[in-house]
Design a binder for this molecule. Sequence first.
Ligand code: NAP
Length: 306
Amino acid sequence: MTERTIIITGGNSGLGYQAALGIARAWQNDTIIIASRNQQKASVAAETIIAETGNHNVHARTLDLGSLQSVRKFAADFKESNLPPLYALVCNAGVNPTKTSYTKEGFESTFGVNYLGHFLLANLLLGSIVAKGRIVFVSSDTHNPPKLFPFPAPSFTDIEPLAHPATDSNALLRYPTSKLLDLMAAYSMSEKATAQTDKQITVNAFNPGLMTSTGLNGDSGANRVMKATMNAFSYLIGRHGSAEQSGRQLAETVTSESYDGVTGKYIDRGNIVASSPASYDKAAQAKLWQQSLALAQVTADETILE
Ligand SMILES: NC(=O)c1ccc[n+]([C@@H]2O[C@H](COP(=O)([O-])OP(=O)(O)OC[C@H]3O[C@@H](n4cnc5c(N)ncnc54)[C@H](OP(=O)(O)O)[C@@H]3O)[C@@H](O)[C@H]2O)c1
């Protein structure tokens, strides 16, 4: 039996895979769960990590963040399993679809997968995380774009237009907004976990920089143009990342002692930095939290937070 369990959503590819690899390598006596909607891809990733690191405690488990039912099943199965105590949850999985799509419960996918599924998952698992454990939400530079980027900085006013956007809404804002919500949830959860529990669990957000080598930016027409533009901009302003390097830095947010006690922060590839002004709006954070609880129908016995 290993000592701890670490769950990484979307750990079968890109940034999440590199982070899972880094954690498995650093912590040979711990269990790594690759939580992914595609069991076959996740199993291949787990086997590859085992072969590369010699850590035999890497497992694939099915989780579809685009289904709140699947999120609840994943959390329930984890709690019923005899896996070692949960030390960390890395909320990494993400999508940036070119066409409007919806989750099983009918929420716009970018919002539902990147944000709401993770919001529910973190709430469901928080009570299982050991003292001094860690939660990390993967956010993005796009939540706070430099002036020349081809979309404005997102802000949060109400959850309904994000969950069920109007047909004429600006689709380019969906992804950056979902990453703003991840940040705001990290800040709220950090504050609530500190105030309402004595477990000293830390909750932070992570920015990997722009990684054009991963699956996220896709290869279809509109995305190719966006990808090329973002790529050029990110090099120009020094915001480019690689999945390998950013994955190692994401792994360190779980394994490194340098993050002991660090909570409610935005970690940009190893450096604690400020996020957008909108992300620190306390009234917006509180509204987002309450509306998210309602939308995901989180019951009082599902979360240890108020
Ligand atoms: N790439 C960038 O430039 C960039 C920049 C800033 C932040 N990020 C963030 O980094 C994170 C990782 O993205 P990436 O760049 O590594 O892209 P990626 O290679 O496409 O990885 C995304 C992962 O999320 C998983 N996923 C997607 N939908 C899911 C669902 N419904 N349920 C469970 N898992 C699901 C994917 O699984 P499948 O293999 O089944 O699709 C995949 O493992 C995301 O949160 C993204 O927003 C990326």
